[in-house]
Design a protein around this ligand. Structure first.
Ligand SMILES: [Zn+2]
Length: 120
């Protein structure tokens, strides 16, 4: 998805120049926006080595109306052998409580067999 680095606005595929400011659009994944955002009003709510898991949580949050961002990166400070990457999930501070609730629920639902409530 092309994004204007100036306006932070997303455009449809095929657009290469921002109609608002004439800046060349960059690909969304080339934009270091999450690191910037995290210092302002974005908070880290979940970290995992499993990108699939984090993407799943992101979908859970978004289906609940909580905007979420995933940042996937190699952690060079972590001298693990092999291919170790950290996947981070960010939400807005104002959504933090709600996001943590959704994550907790999602983890419960996905943690395999659990004692069920006796009946309903
Ligand atoms: Zn622009």
């Amino acid at each position: 998805m092309p994004v204007c680095p100036n306006c932070n606005y997303e455009y449809v595929e095929g657009v290469t120049i921002c109609p608002d400011c004439n800046t060349a659009l960059v690909d969304e994944k080339d934009l270091p926006k999450i690191e910037e955002l995290s210092e302002k009003d974005w908070v880290l709510v979940y970290t995992s080595g499993d990108e699939y898991e984090v993407q799943m949580l992101k979908e859970v949050l978004e289906s609940g109306g909580v905007e979420a961002n995933v940042l996937s990166q190699k952690d060079r400070n972590f001298p693990a052998p092999g291919d170790f990457s950290i996947v981070k999930l960010f939400v807005r501070k104002s959504d933090l409580k709600q996001a943590l609730n959704y994550i907790e629920d999602a983890k419960k639902n996905n943690s395999g067999p659990e004692e069920n409530s006796e009946e309903s």
